[in-house]
Write a protein that binds this ligand. Structure first.
Ligand SMILES: Nc1ncnc2c1ncn2[C@@H]1O[C@H](COP(=O)(O)OP(=O)(O)OP(=O)(O)O)[C@@H](O)[C@H]1O
Length: 270
């Protein structure tokens, strides 16, 4: 695993660069501008949250990064390549809101599935499954079926599956949205630890201001109709973050700025 987060010159290494990005969906009711003039740089090792009201283009932007949608204007590169090329090089792992585990396969076999498809040897598959289960603190649960695990554990298994082929970039679309707050707090803490240990670059969609502030190095505030970025906040919080950092003045100030950004985007609608 590569632990370098900067280039030799010491400047951050850009992983994603979006310039004047537009995406218009043609629908039966006419065109929908899902993204308009989006400019964003994500650097290696960043934890970037996308926050904004429903329909502001958060999921669409994540899908553009993963080459699941294609922009209609502007440009985007991922590791200096087109998203399609980066996808072929397995640059991403994707985690969805629902864990999406196959109920008839054990947790280990669910994690192995993409590895089987990619043709990894059985030995390598077993090694990787053990590694990622440890990373998400599920060692010993590989032989269980999804229904034998709690919702939070299933979501961790789904993160493990996304980590199994050691992609540089983890894209997470509201992975903890359906979980109660206590479980979510715990998963947020675990995700931060995992991020610190692996040095992944993470793109994370959320509706929760505290979650965005707690997790991120960079918070992208978006607003709808058309979907656009209204603010990009670089977090001043230290990388190591106990949960009670949420009571600090610094945390409250960043949350306030996010809320202001959301409000400003909303008032444009009126
Ligand atoms: N495949 C599609 N075809 C047509 N319109 C789409 C498609 N996907 C998304 N849209 C529209 O694009 C806009 C942005 O949608 P997107 O799902 O990215 O928003 P979002 O911010 O992720 O919303 P949510 O928080 O509800 O998940 C919305 O108006 C949505 O209806």
């Amino acid at each position: 695993m590569n632990n370098e987060t900067t280039t030799q010159a010491g400047s951050p290494q850009a992983v994603v660069e979006a310039r004047n990005l537009d995406l218009v969906f043609e629908t039966n009711d006419g065109p929908v501008q899902a993204l308009k003039d989006v400019n964003l740089t994500i650097n290696k090792g960043d934890f970037v949250s996308f926050i904004g009201p429903s329909g502001c283009g958060k999921t669409t932007f994540l899908r553009v990064m993963a080459a699941l949608e294609h922009p209609t204007g502007g440009s985007i590169t991922v590791n200096g390549m087109t998203p399609d090329e980066a996808r072929q090089k397995r640059a991403y792992g994707y985690v969805f809101q629902a864990a999406g585990l196959y109920p008839w396969r054990t947790i280990a076999k669910n994690i192995k599935l993409p590895l089987e498809i990619m043709g990894y040897s059985r030995e390598e598959q077993d090694k990787r499954v053990a590694q990622v289960l440890e990373l998400v603190e599920l060692s010993g649960f590989g032989g269980k079926y999804p229904w034998q695990l709690s919702g939070g554990m299933q979501q961790r298994a789904s993160i493990a599956r996304a980590l199994a082929f050691d992609a540089d970039i983890l894209l997470m679309d509201e992975p903890f949205g359906a979980l109660d707050e206590i479980v979510r707090d715990h998963l947020n803490e675990q995700l931060l630890k995992l991020w610190a240990r692996t040095d992944k670059t993470i793109g994370f969609v959320t509706h929760s201001i505290p979650e965005a502030v707690y997790l991120s190095t960079k918070i992208v505030v978006m607003s709808p109709r058309p979907g656009r970025i209204t603010d990009v906040i670089e977090s001043t919080l230290p990388k190591e973050r106990p949960l009670d950092i949420r009571d600090s003045q610094e945390f409250i100030d960043i949350a306030h700025r996010v809320r202001e950004g959301l409000r400003a985007g909303h008032s444009d609608d009126a």
